[in-house]
Design a protein around this ligand. Structure first.
Ligand code: ZN
Length: 340
């Protein structure tokens, strides 16, 4: 693509570079360096520096650098306030920076999309996100976006779809353990303490007051823990006025598990109860599913591998990825969808 602007950019860059090579650099003015950088930027962007800013902004968003993404996309919008794409991606990034700013961006995107018949679908999505924000509760400090650690990443995109509307809306979430067996008590205490560092949980002594109930029973072979969520809807006529979630965790007491296995199982099932539906792909995360593999030896000495995933975890420590994922689930009203 050799259009006028990239030639112009290339010319600026070449001219500036030539000035430097000639040995004028001791007298190089800041203005010359700026011209040089701008020349390269215009060349790299091809036609439009705003396009380059948009690309960098979406890349930062994909990598979890939300505040940097907002800054980059703000520059793109300064160049062209009617850039609907920049507005769309800044709305997504702002969901993890400043909720009010995200709502403002989504409203602006709906306005911009209204003038473009090809953006009907995206405008509907934006409206849905705006409605979802109305249902979302104010968040406790530990779940605020500022607690997200960008360089650690997350597995949000894997779990965001199935986890929709499974988040709690009132805090603290109350937990009741129904007659924990003696050998499980320590693991139970440690697992709940670990989660309490990142999520407002409170243990209660009456089952009726609990949001999450842990109990113990004999589970089918190879299963160590399960979690199920239930919703009770309170209606007035056809309108749902309240939606109450409860969660039930059942742990297996038919087998002697190690302390580590018990703690890992509780950590993992509580993660599901807190609204993570689905699993991590990172083998160190608490929400990584445990898989039991059975080796079957065949005649030639070769073995085949067979396995069935267990519904529980193997890791006992929350990773920054686990924590980041929970934070994002409580701040964003749905998966990040790229524009076509
Ligand atoms: Zn699981």
């Amino acid at each position: 693509m050799h259009d006028a602007s990239s030639f112009q950019g290339l010319f600026l860059a070449t001219w500036s570079l030539a000035s430097l090579v000639r040995g004028n650099h001791r007298h190089t003015s800041p203005r010359l360096i700026y011209t040089l950088l701008l020349g390269f930027a215009v060349t790299a962007a091809g036609r439009d520096p705003a396009e380059s800013l948009l690309r960098q902004g979406t890349d930062l968003l994909d990598r979890g650098f939300f505040a940097d993404s907002v800054a980059m996309l703000t520059h793109a919008l300064e160049q062209n306030p009617k850039n609907a794409k920049a507005c769309y991606y800044r709305a997504l990034a702002n969901e993890m920076v400043d909720r009010q700013a995200a709502i403002g961006d989504w409203r602006k995107f709906v306005e911009l999309a209204a003038t473009d018949p090809d953006s009907k679908e995206e405008a509907t999505q934006a409206e849905e996100r705006l409605q979802a924000f109305e249902r979302m509760p104010g968040l406790p400090d530990s779940l605020r976006p500022s607690r997200y650690v960008p360089k650690a990443g997350d597995y949000y995109q894997r779990v965001a779809g199935p986890s929709l509307r499974l988040q709690w809306t009132e805090f603290p979430v109350k937990v009741f353990a129904d007659s924990p067996p003696e050998e499980w008590r320590r693991a139970l205490g440690e697992a709940l303490d670990a989660w309490m560092n990142v999520f407002p949980l409170q243990t209660v002594s009456a089952r009726e007051r609990a949001d999450i109930v842990l109990s113990w029973a004999k589970l089918p072979k190879r299963s160590m823990g399960t979690e199920q969520s239930f919703f009770r809807l309170q209606k007035e006529g056809d309108k749902i006025i309240k939606r109450r979630k409860t969660s039930s965790i059942v742990l297996d007491n038919s087998h002697r598990w190690s302390k580590r296995e018990m703690r890992a199982a509780i950590m993992h099932e509580v993660g599901h109860a807190l609204g993570i539906e689905g699993h991590s792909d990172g083998s160190r995360d608490v929400m990584f599913p445990q898989e039991v593999r059975t080796f079957v030896l065949t005649q030639g000495g070769e073995h085949t591998l067979s396995g069935a995933p267990l519904s529980t975890g193997i890791n006992t420590k929350l990773t920054p990825r686990d924590v980041n994922t929970v934070i994002r689930l409580y701040n964003c009203p749905g998966p990040l969808v790229h524009l076509k």
